[in-house]
Structures are given as C-alpha cells and as structure tokens.
Ligand binder design. Sequence first.
Ligand SMILES: Cc1cc2nc3c(=O)[nH]c(=O)nc-3n(C[C@H](O)[C@H](O)[C@H](O)COP(=O)(O)OP(=O)(O)OC[C@H]3O[C@@H](n4cnc5c(N)ncnc54)[C@H](O)[C@@H]3O)c2cc1C
Length: 349
Amino acid sequence: MEKPFDRLKKDLRNFAKAGAKMVNIDVPEVEEKPIIAEPAPEAPVAPPQSAKKAKKKDDIPVNIYRPKTPFVGKCLSNEALVREGGEGRVQHLMFDLSEGDLRYIEGQSIGIIPAGTDANGKPHKLRLYSIASTRHGDRVDDKTISLCVRQLEYDHPETGERVYGVCSKHLCDMQPGDDVKITGPVGKEMLLPDDPEANIIMMGTGTGIAPFRAYLWRMFKEKHDDYKFKGLAWLFFGVAYTPNILYKEELEELQSQYPDNFRLTYAISREQKAADGSKMYIQSRIAEHADELWELVQKENTHTYICGLKGMEGGIDEGMSAAAAKHGVDWSEYQRTLKKAHRWHVETY
Ligand SMILES: Cc1cc2nc3c(=O)[nH]c(=O)nc-3n(C[C@H](O)[C@H](O)[C@H](O)COP(=O)(O)OP(=O)(O)OC[C@H]3O[C@@H](n4cnc5c(N)ncnc54)[C@H](O)[C@@H]3O)c2cc1C
C-alpha cells in the first residue's frame, strides 16, 4: 500500500503504541532526473573531445632517408592527369622502392631532390610532395610510392619570360627508368585516425587531392583485417575545369560503389556558379553544406583535413564561422580546440 510520508509517521507512532514492530518499508521507484537545473533553450555546444585512438609515435616512420644520403629509386610510370581542355600540367608518378628501406603511411610526404645544381652551383634543395598512394602502393605490393605533381609555370614578373619550377618540371618530365632522389618520409599532421568508424571530411584543391587519394584507397579499395572503414568520408574537391578533376574516374567509381560511406562534392570554379552567381569555389560548397558540416565536426569521431593551395583556408573558415555563429559559437575559438584535439588537420602550400 502507498502512503504519503506524513501519514506514514502517524502510522508508525500507532504501531509502536500497539507494541508492533516494523520489518520493512517498500520505497516506490522514482524516475531518475538528470542533474541539470533548467533545460537549455538549445543543447549547449560541447567543447571538442580528443580523437579516441591516437597513433602511437613509434608507428610513424620518419626521416628514414636524409638529404645527404637520399634513397635513389626508379621512376616506374608517369601519367598525365589533366585531360584535354583542362589547364596546366599535373602528372601521377610511381616510383620503385624495392631496393631500399623506405616505408611510409597515408598522409605523409616525401622530399625530392631535383637533379643538377642551383644558380650558385650548389646541389638543389629538396622539395616536399604529399604521398598519393597508401603504404601498400598502387600495386599493393609494398614496393612503390606515388605522387601527384603539378608543374609550376609562370611568366616572370619583370622579363615576361616563361619560368618553370625546378623540381616540379624535373618530376613531370621524368621517364620510366629514370633515377629519383627521395628523402623522408616526413609529416604527422595529416595522418588518418585508426578508428574505422571515424568520419573523415576532406577539403582539397588541385594536387591537394594527393593524401585524400591515399585515404580513399585505404578506406575502400584495399582490404585490411584491422581497418574496415565504416564511417563517412566526404570529399570537397575544388578545381578550375572538369578536365582538371584529378583521378576523376577513380573517385566516381568509389562513390558509385560506396554511396553510403563516400560523398563527393566538386567545386568547379570556371564552370559552376554559387547561389549568389559568383564562381563556385570550395568555400561556396562549404557554405552550401555549412549546417551539415557543423553537425559533423561536433562529433567526437570526426576529423577534418584541408590540403592544397595556401589561401583556401580563409573561405572554409568563413563558411564554418557562419554555421557556428547560428548556434552562438565563435568558430575561431572552436577551431582552436579542434586543432588541440587533433581533429582539424591542415597542410597547404
Ligand atoms: C607539405 C607539402 C606538400 C606538398 N605537396 C605537393 C604535391 O603533392 N604536389 C605538388 O605539385 N606540389 C606539392 N608541394 C609543393 C612543392 O613542394 C613545390 O613547392 C612545388 O612543386 C614547386 O617547386 P619547384 O621546384 O617546381 O619550383 P621552384 O623552382 O622552387 O620555384 C618556386 C618559386 O617560384 C616563384 N614563383 C612561383 N610562382 C610564381 C609566380 N606566379 N610569379 C612569380 N614567381 C613565382 C616563387 O619564388 C617560388 O618560391 C608541397 C609542398 C609542401 C610544403
């Protein structure tokens, strides 16, 4: 029988007077209430949590080959990535590593030392390139490494003469069988989390696709016992023209095979228009999907990667700022904590 507490006290006194003894009181179960004073009008934005499983430092190979004693590999192939009607020259290069000890993981870079000497007669300094293949290489035999290289070319501001970048031209002109001097690997900024359920947002322009190609191969093309990707991979890829969409076929094939786990969003600046009629840059796509992105970046298992042209970060920040502001959050503050939590990764050049 249920009784209010004041009635129960009276009953107890009567029982005592009658010489009875109480052996048990049943307390009805009450619904547990959360320990919050008032429900907030909107759920507060929690500060970003650190990525769950950080990679162990010893797992990451670095500087196996240094500039004084580089690994000398061979070029296996050199293929054009820009199709007819596109602008510039971008090549996919594969090098043979079978004669050395070079190992690397997705998201790292290597150094290339161009042949010849500089204007002072000294050997050229190395240039860094993001690795475009997984640790297993394009042939999945652990014996190759691939790069995605844009040939730098511009008109000299004073003489008007056509100038070509030393190392990028050296690489783009390479023939199968040619030697290539490699250093590294280097870089810990762009590593993938081990968690196969993580969400991976990738924002890239031009050759910034290189590390993302490696991630996507690891997630979808290769089969691993210890890494079966089950999260969402979302690639925002900015280029000038459709024929400049590097690895277009590969990307679209993956998207059609894994529509639930891989989203592909192009921003083709010279062909598409943003809602306000301006050119479609990657930041326009960020703005278009700002609310979804804001939801995603707040998840503890979401990592965002930015790679490509320096300057692309500004637009991305604008889009994210607008989305965060709708929830009363200061984006630069939030982004700082995301960076601290190793969930916001940037490599621009
Ligand atoms: C971490 C990292 C990863 C990278 N990954 C890649 C990659 O995956 N793919 C890729 O292609 N590149 C990548 N790069 C860039 C690469 O390292 C080289 O900087 C690039 O290839 C140019 O080197 P180069 O030797 O051809 O040019 P250089 O001969 O060194 O010439 C470069 C110099 O040319 C001048 N210059 C350039 N443009 C102009 C202009 N418009 N007007 C006047 N002067 C100009 C500047 O002084 C500049 O310093 C990466 C860079 C970094 C730091």
